[in-house]
Design a protein around this ligand. Structure first.
Ligand SMILES: C[S@@+](CC[C@H](N)C(=O)[O-])C[C@H]1O[C@@H](n2cnc3c(N)ncnc32)[C@H](O)[C@@H]1O
Length: 347
C-alpha cells in the first residue's frame, strides 16, 4: 500500500488558478514556446532531415543536434501535435506541415529572428534604458531573407505586371533587402539587369548569395548605401532606367513628412531615363488580424516611421512633383502592401 495522499481543494486557490486559466496566459506561454520550437525545428536542420526521409534518430533524424536534447525535443513536438510517431518513425502531422510551410516559416522568421532581439527588450526600450539603433538592433540578414520569401510569393507577380510593356532594362531597387525582387524579375526577363541598394550590409550579402544561387549574379549588383540620400549613391545606381522602393520609404517618416516628399522628388530627378517609379508600401489598419498588431509593435519599438493607409500615401504623393496614376494591391492574400505607380505630374 502506498503513502496516504492529502489533497487540498480550497476555494481561494481554486479561484486564483481559475482566473489564471481564464486569462489565457497558459495559451500565450505555450504559443511563445511553440514558436521557438518550430523555428528551431527548421533552423537546426531536423525539418530538412525529416523531409529527406530520415525519420528515426538511428537514420540521422537528429543529425546536427545534441542527441540527448533532440530526443526529448521530438517528444515535446509530439505533445504539441507538430509530430507524430508511427511504426516507421516520426512524421509531421497536418498541423506540423502547415506550420512549416514556406509562408509560415517566413512570417515566423520576421517576428522571431529579425525582430525578436528588439521585442525581447521592450521594457528597456520603453523606459529609455536602451535605445534602438544604439543598444538594440533588428537582424537585417534574416529580415532580408524572410521578406524575400514572402516577396517572391506575393509581390513579384504584381511588380512584373506593373513593369510589363514599360521597356525597363536596368532596375534600381532601393532598400532591396534580400534582393528577391531583382532576382525574380531577372529570372522572368532574360534581358533585365539591375542594382540593389540597402543600408544593411548583411542584407546586401544575403542578396548577393541569392543572386548566385539563382544563377543571375552576372546581371545584378548589390551595394550598401542610403536610400534616402540619392546624392551619395554609387555611380552604378545612376545607370538605371527604373526605380522601385518597397517597404522601406515609410521609415523616413521618422524625419517627418516633408523628408518623404523631398526624397520622392529626388527619385523623380535622379534617373533622367526613368521609365517606372514604383513605391511599394505596407498598410497598417490598426487591428489584430493577420498580425497587424505585431507589425505595429515592431514599428514603434524600432523608431521607424509608421506605415500609412492608402489615402494617407495619396495625400503625400499629391504634395510631390509626381502623380500616382495607378495602385496595385492583392487584398485577400499576403502581407498588406500597395504598389503606387508614380509619374511626373508637373513638367
Ligand atoms: C522590410 S525590409 C524590405 C526589403 C525588400 N524591399 C522587400 O520588400 O522584401 C526594409 C529594408 O529597407 C532597408 N532600409 C531601411 N532604411 C534604409 C536606408 N536608409 N537606406 C537603404 N536601405 C534602408 C532595410 O535595411 C531593409 O532591408
Amino acid at each position: 500500500m502506498g503513502p496516504e495522499v492529502v489533497e487540498f481543494r480550497d476555494g481561494e486557490q481554486l479561484a486564483v488558478w481559475q482566473d489564471f486559466r481564464l486569462s489565457t496566459m497558459p495559451v500565450l506561454i505555450s504559443s511563445m514556446h511553440l514558436c521557438h520550437a518550430v523555428f528551431a525545428l527548421a533552423d537546426s536542420g531536423v525539418l530538412a532531415n525529416l523531409r529527406n526521409g530520415k525519420r528515426r534518430p538511428e537514420d540521422g533524424l537528429l543529425a546536427g543536434t545534441v542527441e540527448s536534447i533532440g530526443l526529448d525535443f521530438l517528444k515535446y513536438l509530439e505533445m504539441r501535435g507538430v509530430l507524430e510517431q508511427r511504426a516507421d518513425g516520426y512524421f509531421l502531422t497536418r498541423q506540423g506541415e502547415l506550420l512549416t510551410e514556406d509562408v509560415s516559416l517566413a512570417r515566423l522568421g520576421v517576428y522571431l529572428e529579425s525582430y525578436g532581439p528588439v521585442v525581447s527588450r521592450t521594457s528597456e526600450l520603453l523606459t529609455g534604458k536602451a535605445t534602438y539603433g544604439v543598444d538594440v538592433h533588428r537582424e537585417g540578414g534574416p529580415l532580408g531573407k524572410h521578406s524575400a520569401s514572402l516577396f517572391s510569393i506575393f509581390h513579384t507577380p504584381v511588380l512584373v505586371e506593373a513593369m510589363r510593356g514599360r521597356g525597363v532594362q536596368r532596375m534600381l531597387d532601393v532598400g532591396c533587402g534580400g534582393g528577391s525582387l531583382l532576382v525574380d524579375a531577372c529570372l522572368r526577363d532574360p534581358d533585365l539587369t539591375g542594382i540593389g541598394l540597402d543600408i544593411d550590409a548583411d542584407a546586401v550579402e544575403e542578396a548577393k548569395r541569392l543572386a548566385s544561387r539563382e544563377g543571375v549574379a552576372d546581371r545584378l549588383e548589390f551595394v550598401v548605401g542610403d536610400a534616402f540620400d540619392p546624392k551619395s549613391w554609387p555611380s552604378v545606381c545612376l545607370d538605371a532606367d527604373g526605380l522601385c522602393i518597397v517597404s522601406a520609404l515609410h521609415e523616413l517618416f521618422r524625419d517627418g513628412e516633408q523628408a518623404v516628399i523631398d526624397v520622392i522628388n529626388a527619385y523623380g530627378e535622379v534617373l533622367p531615363e526613368q521609365k517606372i517609379l514604383l513605391v511599394g508600401e505596407p498598410e497598417i489598419r490598426y487591428d489584430a488580424f493577420d498580425n497587424d498588431d505585431d507589425f505595429y509593435l515592431v514599428h514603434i519599438l524600432t523608431n521607424q516611421g509608421l506605415p500609412r493607409e492608402r489615402a494617407a500615401w495619396l495625400d503625400v504623393f499629391a504634395k510631390t512633383n509626381m502623380e500616382c496614376r495607378r495602385v496595385y494591391r492583392r487584398p485577400e492574400a499576403g502581407p498588406r502592401v500597395c504598389f503606387y505607380d508614380l509619374v511626373p505630374s508637373k513638367s
